[in-house]
Every structure is written in structure tokens, then in C-alpha cells.
Ligand binder design. Structure first.
Ligand code: UDP
Length: 235
């Protein structure tokens, strides 16, 4: 195993599958199976899931809503997604704990760093819900922050594209993919990997990021085995 402890970030949209909104349970089960494969090999796995398939603060603000209120709704959306993935993982026999940045005692534990680390050491998959618990942030930032707090070896950003390209491959057919790129080069070229807050946190704490296609079953295991897929962002 190349890494001992990873933090996997999945966007909310990834859970939609081919739907326009909400949660595609088949997709969630597929992700759970992928996660089980690396967990079975002894890797410590922490997860952060977005909420964009249900609610996005910024879009709601554009439609006239108070931003802070809308952001809290977005954070609650991430908890719904986290619970869906938790269910799928437990159905596969994996022990999990959902820890949230906003207290919801009936359904999850509050986020306590030492407790999160202990769960990981005991072989439980830890899911971090409710983002950072603060409005004006994103779940990418939550992923970077939690990864640093638990001392993860790498942030794996599972997306629908297979890495970072010189330009948007959907718009520019000449775009090429990087196997590897430095943090500085990402800035210099004006590429977007994560939002700036999330990205800077990783850079300042020398935490590598791998952007890869999560929709290809088995990709997660290939990464865990040290295969070079997707794009690695490093110092
Ligand atoms: N959010 C927030 N603070 C956080 C994380 C998330 O306010 O620390 C809110 C924000 O409104 C965001 C929504 O939750 O739009 C869903 O998260 P995000 O957009 O990061 O999800 P993704 O794009 O990954 O699906």
C-alpha cells in the first residue's frame, strides 16, 4: 500500500449519477464497494462528501436567499449525503463513524480530532460531515482541513474527469493532461484544482493532492497500489 491514511473527497454531484438532482443509490453503492476494496487492504480511510447535488449556498444566494442561511443548508445537505454513503458502507460490513462539524447527536458524533484519529486506528471508516461548520467555505476546504488535522498522507479528489488538464477538456479538444504538477505551477497557469482556500491549505502544509476519475471502478484501488493515475499535485 502506497499510503497508510488517505482522505477521499467526493463532490455531491458525483452522487447524482445520471440524475439531475439528489442521490443515485446505485452510484453510492459503487463508491462504497470501491472504498471497501482499499479498506480491506488495511488502509485508513476518511471521507468528505459535498452537498452540491442537493443544495449550494452560492446558487441560493443568487436566487435571493441570505448567504449564511443558505450555506448552513448546504452543510446539512452534506450530512444527508454522508448518511447515504455510511449506510452503503455498513451494508458491506464496514464499521463507520460519521463525525460532523455541526452537532446532531441523534445521528452522528461531533467532530473531535483525537476521536477521529482513534476511529481510524481502529479500522473504522470515518466520514466528516457538515463541511467546516462555517459559512463561506466549501467541502474542498473541509477536506484539506480535516486531512491536515488527521495527518493524512494525501487528499484524493475523486471527480468525473481523469485529472488536471491544460484547459477544460470538454471545451478544448487540444487540452492535455498533467501526470504531475507543482502547486506553484497550478497558480502560474491559473488552473483550478480546488478553490483557493482549500488549495492554499494543502500547499502550505505540503499535503499532496491527487485528482482522479472516481467513476471508473477500481481506480481507487489502483491509486492505493501506487499506480500513477490522475494528476498528482505536489510541492
Ligand atoms: N458549505 C459551507 N461551509 C463548508 C462546507 C460547505 O457553507 O465548510 C455549504 C456551501 O453552501 C456549499 C454547500 O455547503 O455550497 C455544499 O458544499 P460544496 O459546494 O462544497 O459541495 P460539492 O461542490 O463538493 O458538491
Amino acid at each position: 500500500m502506497k499510503y497508510k491514511r488517505i482522505l477521499l473527497k467526493l463532490s455531491g454531484e458525483a452522487l447524482m449519477g445520471d440524475q439531475q438532482y439528489g442521490i443515485d443509490i446505485n452510484r453510492v453503492v459503487q463508491y462504497a464497494k470501491d472504498i471497501k476494496e482499499i479498506h480491506d487492504k488495511g488502509m485508513q480511510v476518511a471521507l468528505v462528501i459535498g452537498g452540491g447535488n442537493i443544495y449550494r449556498g452560492l446558487s441560493a444566494e443568487k436566487a435571493g436567499m441570505d448567504r449564511v442561511q443558505a450555506d448552513y443548508m448546504g452543510m446539512l445537505a452534506t450530512v444527508i449525503n454522508s448518511m447515504a454513503l455510511q449506510d452503503a458502507l455498513e451494508k458491506l460490513g464496514i464499521k463507520t463513524r460519521l463525525l460532523t462539524a455541526i452537532k446532531m447527536e441523534q445521528i452522528c458524533e461531533p467532530f473531535i480530532r483525537r476521536r477521529a484519529v482513534r476511529h481510524l486506528e481502529k479500522g473504522r471508516v470515518v466520514i466528516f460531515g457538515a463541511g467546516t461548520g462555517n459559512p463561506y467555505f466549501t467541502t474542498d476546504t473541509a477536506a484539506s482541513l480535516r486531512a491536515i488535522e488527521i495527518n493524512a498522507d494525501v487528499v484524493l479528489k475523486g471527480t468525473r474527469v481523469d485529472g488536471i488538464y491544460t484547459a477544460d477538456p470538454l471545451k478544448d479538444p487540444t487540452a492535455t493532461r498533467f501526470d504531475e504538477i507543482t502547486f506553484q505551477d497550478v497558480y502560474n497557469r491559473g488552473l483550478s484544482v480546488m478553490d483557493m482556500t482549500a488549495f492554499t491549505l494543502c500547499q502550505e502544509n505540503k499535503l499532496p493532492i491527487i485528482v482522479f476519475d472516481m467513476n471508473k471502478p477500481g481506480n481507487l484501488t489502483r491509486l492505493a497500489n501506487g499506480e500513477r493515475i490522475g494528476t498528482l499535485v505536489r510541492e
